[in-house]
Design a protein around this ligand. Structure first.
Ligand SMILES: Cc1ncc(COP(=O)(O)O)c(C=O)c1O
Length: 407
């Protein structure tokens, strides 16, 4: 893999106090855990120019191809003309424009919630939500495979113990709810779609347990926004649980094609986050182009489901294709993990597929368990059937070579 090695920059000067990190990099390399960056010299799309090679892209979260949609590009350009390229401030000082307010209102209508608050990323949206509402005497109950941003948000709450239940295990969730009955408040938090395995959370069961034990429910719909539910409203809509999930996180950086995250919740929770959430208070607000790109994406989602329908068609087609050549793949979503086992084998699979003209990133420890290294396929509405067939053929050739499927 081509590395973006900047060490040879002619004018670079350095002390030697960070030299110990060279040994740490070497150690990661020996364990096959070292990641370097592949560099794209085209727009993000179904076919991309990567490290100088034209390849089919099966690794992006650009589920609907909105990042290059003409209507979104026009909206972004107009926002730059009208408002400039940046806001110059955090929201609470002078970084709230009328377009931020209008977008949040519109997003709340879309999500059928009282309010929404937009943050710089899905990562910071999780941070804002979890850290703003809990304090001493409360507990968090979290699925073992929840996203790193949820785990980190919980870690920031020094006085709030975190209880973990085995992935999607409702018996364990109930046990955690029983053992924390004396807490002042409980927050149960789950990914809506799990980012590494592509499975969907058992949200109806989680909601029923939280109602029974009076716990707050939060779902991180980073990978469900624009993908699941009517017009891409997410898992709450998919399971028809409107009004029964207290907090929904969404991203604007995956299916919506731009950048950012949001919390959909009550008006009071929005007000509290405006007053307490540190990423909101201490980091500059979304640039106008991003806000208006996202507004245009909502227009599109609300009026036309063709892209979402195509995404699901491609997902079914590709999954069936992999199964027909002998891969035992499981997933409920356009995220399809192909487990290789060791990190060395996952890297090899990814490398060989790249040589065959298909880019699928290997995912290794610590992102996934050491023995569950994989490549993670992500489908997009923009893949053509020919591209999907080519990718399946590459998976067949390389899978046989590496003994992942039978001869
Ligand atoms: C489940 C989940 N939550 C949150 C995030 C963070 O979203 P963003 O990339 O917008 O920061 C991700 C993305 O990696 C994710 O997979």
């Amino acid at each position: 893999m081509t590395s973006t090695n900047q060490a040879e920059t002619p004018q670079a000067l350095k002390s030697h106090r960070l030299d110990f990190l060279e040994a740490e990099c070497q150690e990661l390399k020996e364990q096959h855990l070292f990641q370097s960056l592949r560099v794209m010299s085209s727009a993000q799309g179904a076919k991309i120019q990567l490290d100088g090679k034209s390849v089919i892209n099966l690794s992006s979260n650009n589920y609907l191809g909105l990042n290059t949609h003409p209507k979104l590009i026009t909206a972004a350009k107009k926002a730059i003309d009208d408002y400039g390229v940046g806001t110059g401030s955090v929201r609470t000082i002078i970084g709230t424009m009328d377009i931020h307010q209008a977008f949040e209102k519109r997003l709340a209508q879309f999500k059928h919630t009282e309010a929404t608050l937009v943050l710089q990323s899905g990562f910071t949206a999780n941070n804002a939500a979890v850290t703003s509402i809990l304090g001493e005497g409360d507990v968090v109950i979290s699925d073992s495979l929840n996203h790193a941003s949820i785990i980190d948000a919980c870690r920031l709450l020094k006085k709030v113990p975190r209880y973990v239940y085995a992935h999607a295990d409702m018996t364990e969730l109930e046990a955690r709810l029983k053992e924390t009955q004396s807490a002042r408040r409980r927050l149960v938090v789950t990914d809506g779609v799990f980012s590494m395995d592509g499975d969907i959370a058992p949200l109806p069961e989680i909601v029923a347990l939280c109602e029974q034990y009076n716990a707050i429910v939060m779902v991180d719909d980073a990978h469900a926004s624009g993908v699941f539910g009517k017009n891409g409203r997410g898992t709450v809509d998919h399971f028809n649980l409107h009004g029964r999930v207290d907090i929904q996180i969404g991203t604007l950086s995956k299916a919506i094609g731009a950048l950012g995250g949001y919390v959909a919740c009550t008006q009071a929770m929005r007000d509290i986050m405006i007053n307490r959430a540190r990423p909101f208070l201490f980091s500059t607000s979304a640039p106008p182009s991003v806000v208006m790109t996202c507004m245009a994406a909502l227009d599109l989602l609300e009026t036309d489901t063709a892209l979402i329908d195509q995404l699901w068609y491609n997902t079914r087609y590709f999954k069936a294709g992999l199964k027909s050549i002998g891969y035992n793949v499981q997933s409920d979503s356009p995220i399809i993990p192909v487990i290789a086992g060791t990190s060395e084998k996952a890297h090899r699979l990814s490398e060989r597929l790249f040589e065959e003209g298909v880019y699928v990133r290997s995912i290794v420890y610590p992102t996934v368990a050491l023995d569950k290294a994989r490549v993670r396929v992500i489908l997009s509405a923009t893949h053509t059937q020919t591209q999907l067939d080519q990718a399946i053929a590459a998976f067949e050739k390389v899978g046989k070579e590496l003994d992942l499927i039978g001869p």
